[in-house]
Design a protein around this ligand. Structure first.
Ligand SMILES: C[S@@+](CC[C@H](N)C(=O)[O-])C[C@H]1O[C@@H](n2cnc3c(N)ncnc32)[C@H](O)[C@@H]1O
Length: 382
């Protein structure tokens, strides 16, 4: 049964969306009220999760193999959460010309084809990591914006951190392009969504691209009131590391992180930390380190490709310290996914699905505050 929040009932002609690089369909969950006309992803496991949680048409395959004939009807919005590995600060940064992130151009080829048939969408959203702002010294961001401006769109971008809505630090870039419809704009950059690095990237754009630029305006959400502890399963329902394993893990913490943990333990209160193992250079030597945060946020979820990308939960309670791995369901909650969402049975698959995805309330905020009003001519109901 689909779990998309209902709003379409109030709109006779609900806007339609094509969801590219759809993964488990979290963008679709945030696009409340939109009708998904078509979705696509190359990954069979993700497509299975999409089907388990959504009704509608999803096609499994490489975006490069799609033709405009495969795209039914006429969408109001095309959403593309294209692969980020080649523009991510964590990767080798070969950029949008590289194999994985280059899939963006497979998507863009379809947009051009739709335009040629007179059914190009009035709204396009391209979601990616913030590394897209600086990869290729800004050339990738400029190329994407230039393609959209040349196609007649007004283009702007927002850097949105899921931490404003959820207890997870997850900054992401959303390039929003509108054509033939009006979005709410402001005169210049201000507020949390026009970050200094976005403003710097805008300043690097060629003049011809900047003439088509818009500083989109989006309401800032009320203060978040849930922290990481509120997302966790009950202590008795999860597997904890043994005392020996916990000791070995905590031994990886450097002096600063060890001091943080010690202060939390000494407080005698229940304190919850999120932690990652990371490789750091120290005095010219590669060291495996455990890095903790005790600010009530989880670190950015990642795909568990290697052992170091799995996040730990560390709980200080009654002067003892226990540690365990973050569970798939907890990762889903940290993405704003309701517990009714059917996750893959294997924990690694669930974590991969969530680590790759876009946070649902962030999409919802973008949809309610900018896309929906632009496409339907009215503000979303509260
Ligand atoms: C960043 S994830 C987006 C996930 C999605 N937004 C979500 O919330 O679940 C990128 C997705 O692109 C898919 N992908 C990568 N290369 C692709 C290609 N050439 N064609 C189609 N999909 C591709 C991956 O399988 C992955 O699910």
């Amino acid at each position: 049964m689909p779990i998309r929040p209902a709003r379409a009932a109030t709109v006779p002609e609900a806007p339609g969306v094509y969801e590219f690089f759809a993964g488990g369909g979290l963008a679709g969950l945030g696009l409340a009220g939109f009708r998904t006309l078509f979705a696509n992803d190359i990954d069979a496991a993700k497509v299975a999760s999409w089907r388990a949680n959504h009704s509608g048409l999803i096609h499994q395959g490489d975006v490069w193999t799609l033709e405009t004939l495969d795209l039914p009807g006429r969408a109001d919005l095309a959403w593309a959460s294209s692969p980020c590995q080649d523009v991510s600060l964590a990767g080798a940064r070969a950029g949008l010309a590289a194999r994985r992130s280059g899939a963006f151009w497979g998507f863009w080829r379809l947009m051009q084809g739709l335009d040629a048939e007179g059914r190009g969408p009035p709204a396009i959203v391209i979601e990616n990591v913030t590394g897209l702002l600086t990869s290729g010294a800004g050339a990738d961001f400029a190329t994407v914006c230039a393609a959209l401006v040349e196609a007649g769109y007004r283009v702007g971008a927002l850097e949105m951190d899921a931490a404003l809505w959820l207890p997870q630090s997850r900054p992401r870039l959303f390039i929003v392009a509108l054509r033939g419809i009006e979005g709410v704009e402001q005169a210049g950059p201000s507020g949390p969504f026009h970050s200094p690095r976005l403003v710097a990237a805008h300043a690097r754009l060629p003049d011809a691209v900047r003439t088509g630029w818009a500083w989109w305006s989006l309401p800032v959400p009320p203060r978040r009131n849930l922290d990481l502890a509120a997302m966790l399963e009950p202590d008795a329902a999860v597997d904890w590391l043994s005392a020996h394993q916990t000791e070995a893990l905590l031994a990886l913490a450097g002096p600063l992180h060890r001091a943080r943990l010690e202060a939390a333990r000494a407080s005698g209160e229940r304190r919850v930390a999120a932690a990652y193992r990371r490789v750091r250079m120290e005095a010219g030597v590669k060291m495996q380190r455990l890095e903790l945060r005790l600010d009530g946020l989880a670190g950015c979820l990642r795909t568990p490709a290697g052992g170091s990308s799995r996040q730990y939960v560390i709980v200080c309670d009654d002067s003892s310290v226990r540690a365990r791995r973050l569970a798939g369901r907890e990762a889903a909650r940290l993405m704003g996914v309701p517990d009714s969402y059917r996750l893959p049975v294997a924990e690694t698959a669930a974590l991969k699905l969530m680590g790759d995805a876009v946070a649902v309330p962030v999409v919802r905020a973008l949809s309610d505050g900018l896309l929906w009003p632009a496409l339907t001519g009215r503000r979303a109901a509260a």
